[in-house]
Ligand binder design. Structure first.
Ligand code: PAF
Length: 280
């Protein structure tokens, strides 16, 4: 596995791979890799011949009061995990090379970013789409792999690629959960044992909503209230949003639809958790 911060070396190796007619896959990450990330790499490995992981803690997607400084950066462990998963190229650019002095271009997806995470974290998606556009330009992948855990993120990136005629196919992979149901996230390391227990209310609420639909409940307002109540009644949990939306437009639904996604976000202590579940 090549580990490099050098965009020229990356481009050279991608060009070599293309000349050999290899299918190129990219897994963009901010590091602190867990099994959820590794499942994306495994999917990329299964579908592509040359697999790139990008590791970059992107400053433009963090708000001024967010955890950029304390975001976990276990670089050696991340390298080991990528090597073990069969990554070909681990691209770890510096912030100065991604955003040199005078940097002034940003990519913004409108509408889809107005609600949910976009409303709670102003500017977040502008940072995400800007960096993902740059990483896709640098790596030129046939396919890029993202987790369903960040449901709005994958929808926004999909829309960006479509709107900007970017040729990369966006693949969304299922959320991985710990055995207790907590969705895997690099931020779970911030949780104390008590907070972790409280954090389980998110996946419990999602299952409750799904089960209500399955058992024939058609009053979406009642289901939404139950979704929120399950989290709110858990000590230490402060709900940001709890909704049932259309999986493509992310608009809140008022009536049962063939495809729905339940989206939740809450603060547990100082940590923000998000989760979601598709309800077919
Ligand atoms: O999901 C993440 O880890 C980040 O938002 C991403 C897509 C790598 C962009 O920095």
């Amino acid at each position: 596995m090549v580990i490099s911060e050098d965009a020229i070396e990356l481009r050279r190796m991608v060009a070599d791979a293309r000349r050999s007619r290899k299918l190129v896959g990219c897994v963009p990450t901010m590091g602190a890799l867990h099994d959820g990330h590794i499942s994306l790499v495994e999917r990329a490995r299964a579908e592509c011949d040359f697999v790139i992981v990008t590791l970059f803690v992107n400053p433009t997607q963090f708000g001024p009061k967010e955890d950029l400084q304390k975001y976990p950066r276990p670089f050696e462990a991340d390298c080991d995990k990528c090597r073990a998963a069969g990554v070909d190229f681990l691209f770890c650019p510096t912030a100065d090379s991604m955003y040199p002095a005078g940097y002034s271009t940003f990519v913004e997806v409108q509408g889809l970013t107005d609600q949910w995470e976009g409303a709670v974290r102003p500017g977040h998606f502008r940072g995400v789409t800007t960096v993902v556009a740059k990483l896709l330009n640098l790596t030129q992948p046939d396919k890029a792999f993202f987790g369903q855990k960040d449901f709005q993120q994958q929808a926004v990136i999909r829309r960006m690629c479509r709107d900007l005629d970017m040729p990369t196919e966006i693949i969304t992979c299922p959320t991985l959960r710990d055995s207790d149901g907590l969705a895997m996230s690099s931020r779970n390391v911030y949780l104390s044992p008590a907070e972790r227990t409280s954090g389980l209310s998110l996946s419990r609420a999602l299952l409750l909503a799904r089960d209500k639909v399955r058992s024939g409940e058609t009053d979406l307002r009642a289901i939404r209230l139950a979704l929120r109540a399950e989290m709110e009644q858990t000590p230490g949990v402060s709900v940001d949003y709890a909704t049932i939306a259309d999986p493509d437009s992310l608009m809140e639904l008022t009536e049962i639809a063939p495809r729905m996604v339940a989206l939740v976000a809450a603060r547990v202590g100082a940590t923000r958790l998000i989760d979601n579940m598709l309800i077919p």
